[in-house]
Design a protein around this ligand. Structure first.
Ligand code: TRP
Length: 447
């Protein structure tokens, strides 16, 4: 069975695929609006601190995946047969379904804004008009649902092509282009009138507006943005070759992800202040702010088109990693072909995607625990399932796997020179710092 499994073909390919999974709507859509909602600089500072525990969590996932050489559930079964640790696999599959359901909806909005850019329809609207325009577009029953399903369908098509021909090929071309465009936008944003107020908001921490919930949101966002806590990196790790440096890869993709998030926030927040939009607008923030920036630029329609188009691509390199968790599990554990697994999982997801899309309009008042489907799926994954998954993953790696295994995975069985202090630091974070930090943040968010 091992021989038949697909692998990433090159070192650059894995890095791009992992970074591609990390960089997505989480950086461009979710991070800026959470920064806006949770008081700016203080949120960013806590987010930066969370990175310290996240890199070793990513390394743990790589170790589990490369050692287990199977999907999230299968890898856990191999490393800890007939034990409760399988829960990590189960959380993974469940989270992948829930995240992909609302992720596809935002993917659908992105497609809508590509169309709007081509039509140039937002170029002469003011802030209030843009806000209501977003609400009108997303509350419709059919159109956003169909666009979300389209997003899911494209994801499914890429995933069904397999690792080398699908995921890797697309990520390689598209990731670098994205970076350049976001930098251009950030430069434009900081040169707008009154942008300095936004920059102050971003870089001057105000801890009063953060609170325990904000800290949990920052940690949840760190997990979300780095694709951690739900077996995504376990699954990708299972395709990584034995001579790959997983420590370096984890550092590099985390840094790339962080850069994207910070630059996206610099592209969005100063513009928010410049146009007098409220920073705590929520999930619509990017979609109502950036069109105004485009409107101020020469060839704004074209820039808008380019931006939303690359955002769509970034979203796709992430959504394929989410679907891959579900598909790898289904095809390997239920022993069905990859194509069939893609078909069945897409059908199941379609129902949930439609529910999430309708919860922005027709089903707005259908609340579970006081939340719409969209918010419920978003909240349960980022603020609960991912941190719990991450906690279990580091505890498993730190306490259940033998130290020899960790060291041998980090050093590729001794062939890779690695500083002992670095190894000890990584293991220390896995065993003590990360579990403690996650538990404390959880508890303080209830107080
Ligand atoms: N990290 C991606 C983003 O920022 C989303 C994503 C992909 C994800 N795979 C994941 C989130 C796994 C959580 C878990 O857009």
């Amino acid at each position: 069975m091992d021989q038949k499994r697909d692998n990433f073909s090159s070192r650059f390919g894995v890095l791009v695929a992992v970074a591609g999974s990390a960089v997505g709507l989480g950086n461009v859509w979710r991070f800026p609006y959470l920064v806006g909602e949770n008081g700016g600089g203080a949120f960013i500072l806590v987010y930066l601190l969370c990175m310290i525990i996240c890199v070793p969590i990513m390394i743990s996932e790589f170790i589990i995946g490369r050692k287990g050489r199977a999907n999230a559930v299968g890898s856990m079964k191999r490393l800890a047969p007939r034990s409760g640790w399988n829960i990590i696999g189960i959380i993974s599959v469940l989270s992948s379904v829930l995240i992909l359901s609302f992720y596809s909806v935002v993917g659908g909005w992105t497609i809508e804004y590509i169309i709007e850019s081509v039509k140039g329809s937002y170029l002469n609207l003011n802030a209030a008009e843009l806000t209501s325009n977003f609400a009108i577009l997303t509350a419709k029953p059919f159109r956003p649902a169909i666009l979300s399903l389209l997003f899911l369908l494209v994801t499914a098509i890429i995933v069904s092509a397999g690792i080398k021909d699908g995921i890797e090929k697309y990520s390689k071309i598209l990731m670098p282009i994205l970076f350049v465009l976001i930098v251009v936008l950030a430069i434009k944003s900081v040169t707008l009138n009154n942008a300095s107020e936004g920059l102050r908001f971003l870089f001057k921490p105000d801890f009063k507006s953060l609170g325990g919930k904000g800290v949990l949101a920052a940690m949840g966002q760190a997990f979300f943005s780095l694709s951690l806590g739900m077996g995504c990196i376990i699954t990708y790790g299972s395709y990584v070759k034995d001579d790959e440096n997983i420590t370096k890869m984890s550092f590099m993709s985390s840094i790339a992800d962080l850069l994207f998030a910070l630059i996206a926030a610099i592209a969005v927040i100063p513009a928010v202040f410049s146009f007098g939009i409220s920073p705590d607008e929520g999930p619509s923030l990017v979609f109502i702010t950036l069109p105004q920036v485009f409107a101020q630029m020469p060839f704004g329609g074209f820039f808008g088109f380019a931006f939303f188009f690359i955002l769509l691509i970034a979203a796709l390199t992430s959504s394929i990693s989410l679907l891959e968790v579900f598909v790898a599990w289904m095809s390997e554990e239920m022993k069905i072909t990859r194509k069939k697994a893609v078909l069945y999982s897409t059908l199941i997801l379609s129902v949930l995607v439609i529910l999430c899309s309708l919860s922005q309009g027709v089903l707005k008042d259908f609340l579970i625990f006081g939340k719409s489907f969209f918010d419920l799926f978003d909240y349960t994954t980022s603020d609960i399932l991912l941190p719990i998954g991450g906690l279990l993953i580091v505890i498993f790696t730190g306490y259940k796997l033998k130290k020899d295994i960790i060291v041998s995975e980090l050093t590729n069985n001794g062939t890779l020179k690695m500083n002992n202090t670095l190894i000890d630091a990584i293991i220390f974070i896995m065993k003590y710092l990360a579990p403690l930090a996650i538990i404390i943040i959880f508890i303080s968010s209830w107080l």
